[in-house]
Design a binder for this molecule. Structure first.
Ligand code: UT7
Length: 332
């Protein structure tokens, strides 16, 4: 699915993030599984990740990022018409994380729902919010990407547990009046690859059972090399498609804010796109893979430290479980 608006209707009014204070280094993980700082750094680019404190839940982090984005936009919670949360780690299977965020922010009876598109959840959320604003059904939408992955990892599986971190990022989207905003978005899913990255147990196919819990069936399982190859190919093609749909040339793109899963994936995507890596906003070293939170956290960092400036063109792209992926081109 692709959407393109040479005259954008939806603009980013503010960005925010919340990252937990606790930092876990690669060296700390050497005490947990058979791994090494050298292997993790060389194969992924990750040096540290942040982890939620005991008692801290996904909706706490999401609400923190949401408050920061509202403050940056100069708006109040009463200005919101809709809350969309991209997450695969809600506080509990039901209700949605978004409904708990609505309550924690003190919003009144506005619709709030979750998107399950894993690492692509933020791009999916932004695309849906854009549709609500374009159609005139919403003026102001809070989109949050949040994950508390440390609680759904198998801490005995070195092929997954070293990769991920916890955190939240958010944007407030509103009507565009000045030519800035979302120029194009692209969404894709290939369900034939669903088994490459999944949590097998805990749903209707395999309800929780003590035997399955013993075998860690309710934790993340990933075929890393399969996802790696798919990510390089699909992030490149989705990025190319979004730039084309936006009506811009690739040389018009000032920044790339891509999902931070593996530095080698980002390197290969940059080479295939013909973009220098210096155009990429990179923070994988600090946070690891925070799934749906990775793009809004990186975006917020680069906006707040002045790298991304008003009027610049930003390409975003992400891929994760599903396999679902997507891209967007936004003029800030
Ligand atoms: O966000 C959602 C999307 N996710 C991704 O995009 C992740 C994509 N995949 C990846 O980033 C990479 O495939 C990984 C980082 C997961 C794995 O890197 P790799 O270079 O593909 O390694 P590999 O799976 O081919 O494993 C190479 C070796 C294996 O040992 P043997 O069989 O060659 O003896 C693994 O057992 O590295 C071993 N290994 C480790 N060694 C030390 C795997 N994980 C670790 C580890 N520490 N943590």
């Amino acid at each position: 699915m692709n959407t393109a608006a040479i005259s954008p209707k939806t603009r980013i009014l503010g960005t925010g993030r919340y990252v937990p204070e606790k930092v876990v280094s690669n060296v700390d993980l050497e005490k947990v599984v058979d791994t090494s700082d050298a292997w993790i750094t060389e194969r992924t680019g990750i040096r540290r990740r942040h982890m939620a404190a005991d008692g801290e839940v996904t909706s706490d982090m999401a609400a923190g990022a949401g408050r920061a984005a509202l403050q940056a936009a100069g708006l109040n919670v009463a200005d919101l018409d809709l809350i969309i949360v991209g997450t695969v780690t809600p506080d509990s299977p039901t209700p949605s994380c978004a409904s708990l965020v609505q309550q924690k922010l003190g919003a009144e009876e506005i619709p709030a729902f979750d998107i399950s598109a894993a690492c692509a959840g933020f791009i999916y959320g932004v695309t849906i919010a854009d549709q609500f604003i374009r159609s005139g059904n919403a003026n102001c939408v809070l989109v949050i990407g949040v994950e508390l992955l440390s609680r759904i990892l198998n801490w005995g599986d070195r092929t997954t547990c070293v990769l991920f971190g916890d955190g939240a990022g958010a944007v407030v989207l509103g009507q565009s009046k000045n030519g800035a905003g979302i120029l194009a978005t692209q969404l894709f899913t290939d369900g034939s690859l669903a088994g490459a990255l999944h949590i097998p147990a805990g749903g209707s196919a395999e309800p929780y059972q003590s035997e399955g819990i013993g075998r860690q069936r309710h934790k993340v399982h990933m075929s890393g090399s399969e996802v790696f190859k798919t990510a390089v190919k699909n992030l490149t093609s989705a990025s190319t498609a979004a730039v084309k749909a936006s009506g811009l040339k690739s040389t018009d793109i000032d920044w790339v804010v891509a999902h931070q899963a593996n530095m080698r994936i980002l390197d290969q995507v940059a080479t295939r796109l013909g973009f220098p890596l210096s155009k990429f906003v990179l923070n994988i070293e600090e946070y690891g893979n925070t799934s749906s939170a990775s793009i809004p956290i990186a975006l917020d960092e680069a906006v707040r430290d002045g790298r991304i400036k008003s009027g610049q063109n930003v390409l975003m792209c992400a891929l994760g479980a599903g396999i679902s992926w997507g891209s967007a081109v936004v003029r800030m």
